[in-house]
Ligand binder design. Structure first.
Ligand SMILES: [Zn+2]
Length: 354
């Protein structure tokens, strides 16, 4: 099972001054452009019309996940505010397939956009779907399927969340039968501790159930309420019945590999796609043909393998708007995360940034 990681550069709410200062200066510049009418001019320009903005979201917090991982989670309020910006700028939000056809035939409407979500967390059904329905916007959900049949949080995320939630700086795992003592004093070290434990479990090819037991034991040792995490279904992937229901309600379910990983071996890579596609077919009755690289990891050798698997498009986590000449298997997106200002989001939406 590959690790889930956000692709954002914001890994911490505790930012150093230079970054905060840089952001203030950048926002002041964007504000000036907006006040001078540059946003409005760009929004109706031929350059913007020729481009497709593929927006990428991950999780929408059920509790405080955005405080723990601001690169991976945003609040429902932020998602709603983004939808309001799309509406107020009269963006044309299209289904992925139609948008790609019109990108190819150079017939995109002004301010075109596609809304995508990665992974398929339970919070998509609880938080994002009602907002999308309210705005009547179509969306594509790139679903990783291994955890669909497990009612446990994604292991590496659960461990990271538990360590953060505990406020502790070390954990001795020997009483859990794991010969590790983890220590961390900042976000980077905490992530390194998570990787150490994940590698330990992967080397032993531990089952999802065994990993979940370790996460629960770790939480108990650190005084974190794991039953509460399970009850609220934090960091879990959608159950099959939920996927079926979302698909029936018009959400476009597409590929994100079965185990959230892209092996550098052709056969294993193709198996990831086929396992993922088969599970999605069982849940939706449809054959998925659009792909999202897990954690944004892409390599030149994947392109012929994706073609061989009949993949029609693939999105990355490279920031940018797609143009008519963008490679269909390396499409850029604009990823939203906590800390991205409205001005910045609007700059992408209007084509001030491309
Ligand atoms: Zn992912």
């Amino acid at each position: 099972m590959g690790a889930f990681v956000g692709r954002g550069r914001l890994n911490s709410t505790r930012e150093g001054l230079p970054l905060a200062l840089k952001r203030t200066v950048k926002n002041a510049g964007l504000l000036l452009l907006r006040r001078c009418g540059i946003y409005r001019l760009a929004a109706s320009s031929a350059r913007r019309t020729s481009r497709l903005l593929i927006l990428g979201f991950h999780g929408i917090s059920l509790a405080d996940e955005h405080e723990w991982n601001p690169g991976l989670y945003i609040t429902a309020a932020q998602l709603r505010q983004r939808m309001e910006l799309l509406r107020s700028w009269e963006a044309n939000v299209l289904p992925l397939e139609e948008a790609l056809e019109r990108l190819t035939s150079r017939s995109l409407p002004p301010r075109s956009a596609v809304i995508t979500f990665d992974d398929g967390f339970v919070d998509f059904a609880a938080q994002a779907a009602p907002i999308l329905r309210e705005f009547r916007y179509p969306a594509t959900l790139y679903l990783t399927t291994h955890y669909c049949s497990h009612r446990a949080p994604v292991f590496n995320l659960a461990v990271s969340y538990v360590l953060w939630k505990s406020g502790a700086a070390e954990a001795d795992l020997h009483p859990l039968g794991v010969p590790l003592r983890l220590r961390w004093s900042n976000d980077q070290e905490r992530q390194a501790s998570v990787r150490t434990l994940l590698e330990y479990c992967e080397q032993r090819q531990m089952s999802t159930a065994d990993r979940n037991e370790i996460a629960a034991g770790l939480a108990a040792r650190l005084g974190v309420d794991y039953a509460g995490i399970l009850d609220r279904r934090l960091l879990q992937i959608l159950a099959p019945a939920q996927v079926s229901e979302l698909s029936r309600a018009g959400i476009d379910i597409q590929l994100h590999t079965h185990r959230h990983r892209v092996p550098l071996d052709r056969q294993l890579f193709l198996r990831e796609i086929e396992d993922n596609r088969e599970r999605i077919r069982e849940m939706t009755g449809r054959r998925a043909a659009h792909f999202c690289y897990p954690s944004g990891v892409h390599a030149a050798e994947f392109l012929p393998w994706l073609s061989e698997a009949g993949i029609e498009s693939a999105v990355t986590c490279e920031m940018g708007a797609a143009g008519p000449r963008s490679h269909r298997l390396l499409l850029p997106r604009v990823l939203d995360q906590t800390g991205v200002s409205s001005l910045d989001f609007e700059a992408w939406l209007c084509g001030v940034r491309v």
